[in-house]
Design a protein. Structure first.
Length: 507
């Protein structure tokens, strides 16, 4: 686009203090930045919304025509990739928390001096650069492999798909291992629908979800009258999958005596219904999956070794999401688009601050968890962009420096030191502002409410909190309301003890 400056080394200063703006501009120019200056909120907004500014924004908290805080969201709505650094002369911890929740990257005090601000600009620039490199990477990765519907840009995953290509067309048994939510079932289906058996049936059995006594007849079927309750003939999943794929999910949960029977079926390629007399030949491709370490179970004699080698002719390990470089952003965007399509409305982008928080989160529930988090964010977002406030507290809380620095989650993507620094600082501040009080609460709760039976009603707790706040605020309702993040009306209503929904019955 002609005339539109690239975000590289562009800084927009929105501040009403000419001498300070002068100092900053001079310093930034020395470091080869191009600066744009706006002396009030309206012209800052115009620079982004109308003139298409993209890059880093240095935003003053107090502006003559508006509160800088209220400018964050409109700016991000116009350009979600902006990195906003908030500068303030006398900002409080509460201001800082609010600014971060709304999507600023850094919060710096003017009293820390111009070099601190230039440092902040440098680290924000490193982040921006990385984002645009990823964008580029995403474009050149446009080429397709056969596994449609499974999104990835991670080199690890691509290597895995290259391997799977070799077995799509064959009948070899594939064992999929990986943590919960890593896409094992998705891959099992892809193996079926991309291969020569695609016109045959794909039959899935959850070996962990069926009572042991039923699993046997579920898999192998039974003749009429084979046992009490067997009132009609029932075909087993093996028979039903004939000519197609049988997906044995949660194979690690299969009881040992059934493992023996399964092994025999696989060796002889024949099944016999319970109570039956004639075995019948079957032609099925077996794909199995488990979140357990089957090899370990073999060592502990909880899983038969011979069966293991039958099932794991081609073992595949699906890496956890946190080890898939670049995938959190890609999948988050994908699930956002999907949710918005389904809802018919919702935010259209994820702010870079929210993305940074997501990228630092370890996702124990992997892709499924990410999808849930995005679906929830789409519902709670009040703006056109998803900001940290829309993410679950758990994501912001685990945003600890150790998670970023410790290599325990496999090889970390290469990130600039500046970014790490930036993230660590952000983390420290989020912890200070949010997580610590929560940890304190958890400890208090441990003491007060040890079991479900000890729990009071949520209404009672709310009532107690309001009374506490009023006491601390010397009865000043406005102050109490502010501290609790409630409206004054709610507080008045509660001190007058008006019944809320459901209270009348329980009281
Ligand atoms: N790479 C991916 N691209 C798009 N969607 C994905 C990807 N991986 C997983 N999903 C989606 O995430 C969800 C979880 O995947 P799936 O059910 O295959 O996981 P799983 O490994 O079988 O989990 P579990 O062990 O809990 O059964 C599904 O909705 C799936 O469509
Ligand atoms: Mg599954």
């Amino acid at each position: 686009m002609a005339g539109m400056p690239s975000p590289d080394r562009q800084v927009l200063i929105i501040d009403d203090e000419p001498s300070w703006v002068e100092v900053l501009s001079r310093e930034l120019k020395k470091q080869n930045y191009q600066t744009t200056v706006a002396y009030d909120a309206a012209s800052g907004r115009k620079a982004v919304v109308e003139d298409g500014f993209d890059g880093i924004v240095l935003l003053d908290l107090r502006l003559p025509d508006a509160d800088g805080m209220d400018l964050i969201e409109p700016l991000l709505a116009a350009r979600p990739g902006l990195r906003i650094i908030m500068m303030t002369a006398h900002g409080t911890a509460a201001d800082e928390d609010q600014a971060r929740q709304r999507g600023v990257h850094l919060f710096v005090s003017k009293s820390e001096g111009k070099s601190r601000i230039i440092g902040a600009v440098e680290s924000a620039m490193a982040l921006l650069k990385q984002a645009s490199e990823l964008e580029h990477y995403r474009e050149i990765l446009g080429e397709r492999y056969r596994f449609e519907g499974i999104l990835t840009r991670s080199p690890k995953m691509k290597k895995l798909f290259e391997m799977l290509e070799h077995v799509v067309d064959s009948k070899v048994s594939v064992l999929l291992q990986g943590e919960s939510g890593t896409g094992k079932e998705l891959v099992a289906r892809a193996l079926h629908y991309e291969g020569p058996r695609r016109n045959g049936p794909f039959i899935a059995v959850n070996c962990g979800g069926i009572p042991e006594t039923l699993l046997e007849s579920e898999l192998f079927g039974h003749e009429r009258g084979a046992f009490t309750g067997a009132v009609a003939l029932k075909k087993g999943k093996f028979e039903l999958a004939d000519g197609g794929t049988l997906f044995l999910d949660e194979i690690g949960e299969m009881p040992l005596h059934l493992q023996v029977k399964l092994l025999r079926v696989l060796q002889e390629r024949q099944v016999e219904r319970i109570g039956g007399t004639a075995p019948r030949s079957i032609d099925v491709r077996i794909v199995s999956a488990t979140h357990r370490d089957l090899m370990e179970m073999v060592r502990e004699k909880r899983f038969r070794e011979d069966l293991y080698y039958r099932l794991a002719v081609f073992p595949v390990y699906l890496p956890p999401l946190r080890e898939r470089e670049g995938d959190i952003g890609l999948l988050a965007q994908h699930f956002l688009e999907k949710a918005v399509r389904e809802e018919g409305k919702g935010p259209r982008a994820i702010s870079s601050a929210a993305l940074t928080a997501l990228e630092a989160y370890p996702f124990p529930g992997n892709v499924r968890e990410l999808e849930n988090i995005i679906n929830r964010a789409v519902l709670v977002a009040t703006n056109e962009v998803i900001v940290p406030r829309d993410l679950p507290l758990g994501v912001l809380e685990t945003f600890r420096p150790e998670d970023r620095v410790a290599p325990q989650a496999g090889p970390q993507p290469e990130r600039g030191l500046a970014e790490l620094d930036d993230v660590n600082r952000l983390v420290g501040q989020i912890n200070a502002a949010r997580a610590l009080p929560r940890v304190g609460l958890d400890q208090a709760f441990d003491v007060l409410f040890g079991s479900l039976a000890d729990l009071p009603s949520a209404d009672l707790v709310e009532q107690a909190l309001i009374e506490r706040a009023l006491k601390l605020a010397d009865g000043n309702v406005a102050e109490a309301a502010k501290a609790l993040g409630m409206s004054r009306a709610t507080i008045y209503r509660r001190i007058r003890k008006e019944p809320v929904k459901g209270e009348a019955e329980t009281a």
